[in-house]
Design a protein around this ligand. Structure first.
Ligand code: BDR
Ligand code: CA
Length: 307
């Protein structure tokens, strides 16, 4: 199996991504590294453990990482995810331990110890950038970083110009996009096609206890999109990264140049994506442009049914 570390700020959609990974034999989850993002670190590290226990996998290593972006105050997203980050389902307090040591050191030590790990980045990129900055040698040892972040046609969900994960820590994103590591990027353009419609969620709810929790989370998470935008469900952003690792044929995209705006107050955190190749800047990322949404939900339902 492919060896992955999931860097995460759970978040209901992060939680579904973690469950999908834990249910998939193609992947070996070496650990979860938590970062401040949707909610503060004190909650994301707890939520990650709640999710592992829900999956019956209390042996998974969970580390706490950076509690704020590299150069800016933290911006959170309780308006989407609720106060706990996992509002919608009442789950037992976690009992499995948090690992000692810092998430950044775990990433560095693991990348040095095992050639060819994959990092799955589904929160702000603070931990991963901090690891690359502290140990530049790991860039050559990491096989790939798969990122949920950014946008092209869909532009922004936290400002008119920026997607949340990139906006929260644009300096970190700039480090990762300049790192030379192979990057795959799942932008809002893709995740906004993967909507939690009623039939899709009822199929998950029918799976039993884990499916019922996932459905309760998405019921909460999507009220924001249904009420505010009249949309037919919410985008299930973060699980797209895991689906890409398991079933890449569900997605298509292009190898392009992507740069991160770190200066302009108006467009801070924008992913300036050269989709049409109008510059000769280096092609540093595989930017995914479309997804088979029905295929994605079929995969998710089949896998969560195994838990
Ligand atoms: C991203 O921001 C968070 O709210 C979600 O968990 C996802 O990682 C979407 O912009
Ligand atoms: Ca997330």
């Amino acid at each position: 199996p492919r060896k992955i570390i999931i860097d995460t700020d759970p978040g209901q959609d992060d939680a579904v991504a973690i469950l999908l990974a834990l249910a998939s034999p193609e992947l070996e989850v070496l650990g979860l590294t938590c970062v401040a993002g949707n909610v503060p670190l004190s909650r994301t590290q707890r939520n990650a453990r709640v999710v592992c226990e829900l999956a019956g996998r209390s042996g998974v290593k969970v580390f706490a990482g950076c509690d704020r972006p590299l150069a800016r105050p933290l911006v959170t997203a309780e308006h989407v995810h609720g106060k706990t980050g996992l509002d919608g389902a009442d789950l037992p307090e976690q009992v499995m331990p948090l690992q000692e040591g810092h998430a950044v050191d775990f990433i560095i030590e693991t990348a040095r110890a095992r050639d060819g790990i994959t990092l799955v980045a589904i929160g702000p990129l603070t931990n991963i950038a901090a690891a690359l900055r502290k140990a530049p040698d790991i860039a050559a040892r990491i096989d790939e970083i798969v990122i949920m972040g950014g946008a092209y046609f869909e532009v922004g969900n936290i400002t008119p110009a920026a997607e949340f994960n990139i906006f929260v820590d644009p300096e970190a994103a700039a480090i990762v996009f300049a790192s030379g590591v192979r990057l795959t990027v799942m932008p809002l353009d893709v995740t906004h096609k993967v909507l939690t419609t009623r039939p899709r969620i009822e199929a998950l709810r029918a799976l039993g206890p884990v499916g019922e929790v996932v459905a309760a989370w998405t019921d909460f998470f999507e009220r924001f999109d249904r009420e505010k935008y009249g949309s037919d469900g919410a985008p299930l952003h973060d699980p797209c990264t895991i689906a890409w690792l398991i079933r890449p044929e569900l997605f298509s995209g292009r190898q392009i140049n992507v740069e991160i705006e770190t200066q302009s107050p108006l467009t801070l955190g924008m992913t300036v994506a050269d989709w049409w190749g109008v510059t000769d800047r280096p092609k540093n990322a595989f930017f995914v442009g479309s997804c088979d949404a029905d295929g994605f939900y079929a995969l998710l339902t089949e896998r969560l049914g195994r838990l």
